[in-house]
Ligand binder design. Sequence first.
Ligand SMILES: C[S@@+](CC[C@H](N)C(=O)[O-])C[C@H]1O[C@@H](n2cnc3c(N)ncnc32)[C@H](O)[C@@H]1O
Length: 230
Amino acid sequence: MARRKILDAFSGAGGAAKGYRDAGFDVVGVDIAPQPNFPYEFHRGDAIEFIRAHGHEFDAIHASPPCLDASALTAGNRKRAGWHDTHADLIPATRAALADVRARTNIPTVIENVQGSALRRDLVLCGLTFGLKVFRHRYFEIEGALVLTEPHRAHRGHRVAGWRHGIRYEGNMVAVYGDGGGKGTVTEWQDAMGIHHTDVRAEIAQAIPPAYTHHIGDALLAQLDTLIAA
Ligand SMILES: C[S@@+](CC[C@H](N)C(=O)[O-])C[C@H]1O[C@@H](n2cnc3c(N)ncnc32)[C@H](O)[C@@H]1O
């Protein structure tokens, strides 16, 4: 049987894409910036326009739009999460474009964003759940499919290593954000996130661990036959 195809909108260098590929999807990425390290088929352009023009050609769509006006996000958190202040909040426009595609095709869609963003929390994932050395909480708003939540493991006993307010803390968790000064080597970042197809710190810092989308991708693939026939 032909492999299922997912669109990864706002793909970055492909942290999310790698997880969907690991689950068994063919992945096509779209991003406004060139992404030479994106490992699969890639289109440079505006993600919302691409969703509107081509979304119906896919079996599922994932989107990681920039979002900056979430009140719970302090400037520091935004910076750590990899967002930059020049980005507009594209969550509402992304939702609208995905809803238009769903109205035509019935395919499942997933929007991902940082903790504190204005997404519905159908699923909240943490790196500890997957044995990773990053906490990296992410929200997922999922339409058209059921993805079971994973039990959240307490952070107690785990601490992020690095400098905070002039003090060096030891810890078993890795700080994958910012410029990496004193926070760990690139190899430590790659291992902590489970991303080895890029060694560019900024790309790893913006990504989500592939384990998250592998988990979601497994659930989507298990339900796709029923969903698309409906
Ligand atoms: C946080 S990154 C996504 C990271 C990705 N989910 C991963 O796991 O590697 C957000 C991306 O949105 C892209 N972006 C911002 N505005 C965009 C737009 N209008 N169309 C397409 N991409 C856009 C940025 O270039 C950036 O790569």
